[in-house]
Design a protein around this ligand. Sequence first.
Ligand SMILES: Nc1ncnc2c1ncn2[C@@H]1O[C@H](COP(=O)(O)OP(=O)(O)O)[C@@H](O)[C@H]1O
Ligand SMILES: O=P(O)(O)O[C@H]1O[C@H](CO)[C@@H](O[C@H]2O[C@H](CO)[C@@H](O)[C@H](O)[C@H]2O)[C@H](O)[C@H]1O
Length: 465
Amino acid sequence: MTTLVTHAEALTGLLASWLPRQRWFGDKQREIDDVQVVKADLWFDDFAAGGPRLEHVVVGVASGGRVERYQLLVGLRRELPERLDHARIGEVEHGLWAYDAAHDQDLTGQVRDLIAANADLDGVRFRHEPGAVIDTSLGSKPISAEQSNTSVVFGDEYIMKLFRKLDRGVSPDLELHRALRSVGSGHIADLYGAIEGELQNAPVTYGLVQRFFANCADGWSMATASVRDLINEPDMPLEELGSDFSTEACRLGQAVAAVHTDLVKALGTEVVPADRLDSVVAGMNARLDAVLRRVSGLAPFEPGIRRVFAEVARHGEPVIVQRIHGDLHLGQVLRTLTHWVLIDFEGEPARPLPERVAKMSPLRDVAGMLRSFDYAAHHLLVGNVEADEINAAADERVVEWADRNRAAFIEGYSKDGVTLADPEANPVLLRALELDKAVYEVAYEYDNRPGWVDIPLRSIARLAT
Ligand SMILES: Nc1ncnc2c1ncn2[C@@H]1O[C@H](COP(=O)(O)OP(=O)(O)O)[C@@H](O)[C@H]1O
Ligand SMILES: O=P(O)(O)O[C@H]1O[C@H](CO)[C@@H](O[C@H]2O[C@H](CO)[C@@H](O)[C@H](O)[C@H]2O)[C@H](O)[C@H]1O
């Protein structure tokens, strides 16, 4: 059987222009220098009966002196039905079309069936978790959310995430969901299965399957609906708004604290002694250096930011560290009918894997959520001409909204007294972590949503003075 390696030249030629158009493709700012097929395996073949073929392809994409590996599920068909037109990659041989198979439910169903069958294929292990039963009768559709990877929902039961950028090592999303499942955490989407293997002599995670919460709302839509209402109702006190978010913010704080406690139960803690805190500060400064080199708008705030970072070492309190979520924000939390659930334990997509799996202060997640309340409060006003007219009054109200919800979140986080770090007792570290996150966000927005760079920049102006 010939795999896509046969068509490697045609495919990689097409990918050089197709990849940068994908939301999940990381390095959109850099020119692609080269695309190479690292691995191509046949996962399903119905060609003889006039059906599709599914190939699992890993490509190495060279740009700016670095090579990143991406996973593709390439579908091949002699005729591409209209429903798959939007997923077309291109023609790899006369009359043979390659397309993104994540959009083809005939093929994603095959992947799910391999997981249900605990199959092994060319060194790739498809496994369902002990006790999990995968219903193979459910149809699939990709979700439309803008995201770093590609997820497909089966019925209203499962969600299968296919990782796009592949790291050398087990994905923290898989590792932490397994660990949290082992201690019975109630604030995660239960893990049902995974696709794993080895690539270039290192473990690799290709995908995972989890419980799907059909009737949930994500924290970002709930919070921003509340902010929109408060701008539309300029005279109504915040606490009287029907969509006041503070009770939910408090519950969310409790949920995050519960997950932190479960992570400690499953994976333990370490202590960074006071005389080693300069290494924590050095890490923050190094990340700042990298963003300063790229985004000139950050330069005026450099001295102030470095002063806040330096305080952490001067303060001299030992820091207890543990495994954390690592990229916690309102888009990573789902409100089901009964409770809050945290999703996507990958950590910040731009950080190298060894940094993402390191133990860190749980206050880093708290800082991520605090930043997110700030984002939700300000995103409607930044760069919005319509908002300019209502700006002065609205500005005050959104600041009040952010303060109210940040306080409610912290209250919830500390409420049960179960976590390792009390946000209110550690203001120096918390402020530095918020700034560190805001610096990361400047780079994230610069790369992905340049119109939003002012959101973190304005917060930095406030936090660094
Ligand atoms: N278990 C789930 N139940 C319902 N929706 C989910 C679930 N997991 C993820 N989602 C939806 O899919 C989106 C992307 O998921 P996420 O894990 O954040 O992917 P990515 O790694 O690509 O950012 C989320 O923002 C959410 O809307
Ligand atoms: O969800 P991802 O893992 O892809 O995280 C990345 O994208 C996020 C945006 O989708 C980004 O979050 C930033 O914007 C959010 C609003 O869209 C806001 O709530 C967050 O506080 C803010 O950091 C995240 O930083 C990035 O890693």
